[in-house]
Every structure is written in structure tokens, then in C-alpha cells.
Ligand binder design. Structure first.
Ligand SMILES: [Mn+2]
Length: 269
């Protein structure tokens, strides 16, 4: 999706055979959006968009809500994010990049959400009722203890991502059936991603292994990625920034390859 005029590597994107959806004139604002605006683009997002979407900037992560609405069968959401995305929006008429999951939990097809790698603080102030269907997998023991002292909502997984069997244990939380994966790269440490938000504790390879396990053992019906670097057009001349963007796109390419293969394989089997 094209949501703003950030610099991007067009030659790399064209190699990925992506179809661009230009939403710049739709009046979607960063961080926060009125429901009426979001619903106005819903038809375009449902009609023109592949099940696998690069959102770009994570300020627009609330678009995942609309992408989830497309799924017509019961499914589990697996969210990799440094934030729970369960914070209440400042007003009933708004959805934000930090509140969309709270709203998505009310979708009749969403059976449950597994929030992976988020900071424990991001669960503070979360309404317990909206979090009944949520399992939280902390990145490490430190976050687990913090979560215990400041419980927000949902339940705590009986392991952290630093467990040697984390991949298998993560799978055990996800029932067989349709899975949607949403990745916000702010779940990664700063050396592995450039986002406008506080970042988490995962290494890029660790995230990739978890994603590969999900794609290998579950039927992935859709996925999105946000939190790719967003540089102003003039910043694109800096080799270091080009490198960061290229690395980020390479990750997306590998990930999409996995989930597309997962979707295709499950269709024939
Ligand atoms: Mn997010």
C-alpha cells in the first residue's frame, strides 16, 4: 500500500511483483483514523488487495482491522508487535494504530489472538473483557515478571521466546485451522529495524524462524507486514538508509515466499 511519499526502492519492489494500491488521497491519517474514513476505503481493500499485504509505515497498522474483516472463516490472529494493540482509542469514533486489536476481537470470525514479543507495559490499562481471547507470549523472563506485576488482560503463555523450544510451544497455542499473521517490525531490536516507535527485543533471525514455523505447520490465509523504514524522499540518497530499507524488503520477500507457499500447499492437500 502506498500511504505517503516516503522514499522506497522502487526497483526492489518491482522485483517482488507487487501490486501497488495508492491510498494517498483517501484521507487516512497517521496513528488515528475516524471509522467513517476507514470504512470508506474498506471496499477498495477488500476488492483489490492480495491476502498478503505490505502496509509500510506502522502508523497505519490499524488497516489490519479491515484486512482481517475479509476472512470469512474462523481464524486465529498471530500478532508480532512491541505493543499489545489493545489500548482503548481516545474516542468511540476513532481507531488507532494501538487500539485496532481491541476492536478486532469483536469480529465473529476471530477466534483468538496470540500477541508475541510485546513489551509488558503495553498491556497496562487494557480492558479485561476485550482481552479474554488473548494469549501473551513475552520475549523474555524480565517482561514476564513485569506483566505479572501489572496485568493487563488475556492470559500469559507458560513460556517466553527465550525458551529453547519456543517455536514448538508457540505452535501449541495456535489451534489447527486458518491463521492470519500480522508483523509490526517494532517487535525487533533497533539494530534490525527502523521504526518511529519504541522497539522490542527480538532478533531478525529469531522472528523469521517463528514465522517459518507458523507457515510450515499452519494454514496461513493472510498476512501483513508494517514497520518498514520510512525515509523522506531526500534521505534515499544515503547509502546506509538504502541498505536498511533493502534489508527490510529482503525480509519481507522471504516471509511472503513462506506464507504464499503455505497457502498454496494447504489448498491442494
Ligand atoms: Mn503495531
Amino acid at each position: 500500500m502506498v500511504l505517503d511519499d516516503s522514499f522506497n526502492l522502487l526497483e526492489d519492489y518491482s522485483r517482488l511483483c507487487l501490486r501497488f494500491l495508492d491510498l494517498r488521497k483517501e484521507g487516512l491519517s497517521r496513528w488515528c483514523c475516524r471509522w467513517e474514513r476507514l470504512l470508506a476505503v474498506e471496499e477498495r481493500l477488500h476488492g483489490e488487495v492480495s491476502p498478503f499485504v505490505l502496509i509500510g509505515n506502522n502508523d497505519y497498522h490499524y488497516l489490519t482491522y479491515v484486512l482481517l474483516k475479509r476472512i470469512k472463516e474462523p481464524f486465529t490472529l498471530v500478532l508480532f508487535d512491541n505493543h499489545s494493540e489493545l489500548c482503548p482509542a481516545p474516542g468511540e469514533e476513532l481507531i488507532t494504530c494501538g487500539s485496532w486489536l481491541e476492536r478486532a476481537l469483536a469480529l465473529p470470525t476471530l477466534q483468538g489472538a496470540v500477541v508475541v514479543g510485546a513489551a509488558a507495559e503495553s498491556f497496562a490499562g487494557v480492558a479485561p473483557v476485550s482481552a479474554e481471547k488473548v494469549v501473551y507470549v513475552p520475549p523474555d523472563g524480565e517482561e514476564k515478571e513485569k506483566w505479572r506485576r501489572k496485568p493487563g488482560g488475556g492470559r500469559l503463555a507458560p513460556f517466553t521466546l527465550s525458551h529453547p523450544q519456543a517455536k514448538t510451544l508457540l505452535l501449541s497455542l495456535i489451534p489447527p485451522g486458518a491463521v492470519y499473521i500480522s508483523v509490526d517490525k517494532d517487535v525487533l531490536r533497533e539494530e534490525f529495524a527502523v521504526t518511529g516507535w519504541e522497539q522490542g527485543k527480538l532478533r531478525s533471525g529469531q522472528l523469521f524462524e517463528l514465522l517459518a514455523t507458523l507457515a510450515g505447520y499452519r494454514r496461513v490465509v493472510g498476512a501483513d507486514v508494517c514497520g518498514d523504514p520510512q525515509f523522506a524522499p531526500w534521505e534515499g540518497w544515503w547509502p546506509e538508509r538504502r541498505r536498511k530499507l533493502r534489508e527490510s524488503l529482503r525480509f519481507n520477500e522471504e516471509f511472503f515466499r513462506l506464507v504464499i507457499a503455505s497457502a498454496a500447499h494447504r489448498k491442494i492437500s
